[in-house]
Unconditional design. Structure first.
Length: 283
């Protein structure tokens, strides 16, 4: 590792202190590094092209932001969980040295995760582009009223939802908002999308699994504002007739992993509070 980057949460002093510890540890091992708040995009973009690994200090929100920054340069992420869940992180504050040491020694593998790109369109104009690792959500705005959402896939109309919203999720996002809305769980190595309605009313209530090359178009129809968000960030207001087009991004998010691929299921069961039964117990 010629150069390791470290990003930390600007509003959590404990993550800045951890960044200092990680930098000192890397220096002692003869590894060059840089550190910056995760909202300092200018610094990150200047150095990510030369960075071989990006250490993320924070929770899943910090990891989502870092993934969008690192994807253009295919820089693997190594998360140290300093948030509440840390489902995407690889280490905890009490074991990061051993795990990061394994990565520096080359005893790791790179997990590639699908990203979404979305475009908000009005008439023939492009209003905004978005990137998401978890999901793109189109839903009701400040009004507590349902919206009508017309779904087309690859140019063919599928159905129209009357619902609180519609989620387009990656396998990574299948364990986030999508799961809370009743969607299925997908392992991260799959290359599929999920379309999951939120509180549908007299509409299709099942999630739809789509192929990786699908082009998804969602048009809103209502007499009040709706919103579109990507990974829960920067909500943009929509008007009746606006469209959101979602498809696979040509870049991927990369994660440095030191365990085997079965880590996903073990971590998922811990998150859900499900404990493994003794070997041989079929209950």
């Amino acid at each position: 590792m010629d150069l390791v980057g470290i990003v930390f949460h600007p509003d959590k002093p404990e993550t800045a202190a951890m960044a200092d510890r990680v930098q000192a540890w890397l220096t002692a091992k003869g590894v060059d590094s840089w550190a910056a708040p995760n909202d300092n995009h200018a610094t990150a973009r200047q150095t990510l092209a030369r960075t071989k690994l990006l250490v993320v200090l924070g929770g899943d929100g910090s990891t989502l932001r870092a993934a969008r920054l690192a994807a253009p340069h295919a820089v693997p992420l190594f998360g140290i969980n300093m948030g509440r869940i840390g489902f995407l992180s690889e280490a905890e504050p009490d074991d990061w040295q051993q795990r990061l040491g394994d990565v520096l020694a080359g005893h790791h593998w790179v997990e590639r995760r699908l990203l979404l790109r979305a475009e908000l369109q009005r008439d023939s104009r492009l209003l905004q582009r978005m990137i998401a690792l978890n999901e793109v959500v189109i839903g009701r705005g400040t009004h507590a009223r349902i919206v009508r959402l017309s779904l087309s896939v690859d140019g063919d109309h599928v159905t129209t939802y009357t619902a609180d919203g519609l989620i387009v999720a990656t396998p990574t996002g299948s364990t986030a908002y999508s799961m809370a809305a009743g969607g299925p769980l997908l392992p991260p190595e799959l290359q599929n999308f999920l379309v999951v309605p939120v509180a549908p009313h007299l509409s299709l209530g099942r999630a739809i699994v789509l192929h990786r090359q699908a082009v998804i178009c969602i048009q809103v129809e209502m007499d009040h504002d709706a919103t579109v968000t990507a990974d829960g960030q920067a909500a943009r207001r929509m008007r009746s007739g606006d469209r959101v087009v979602v498809q696979k991004h040509d870049q991927e998010a990369h994660f440095a992993r030191v365990g085997n691929s079965g880590y996903f299921y073990r971590r998922l069961m811990r998150r859900l509070g499900v404990h493994r039964l003794p070997h041989g117990n079929k209950d």
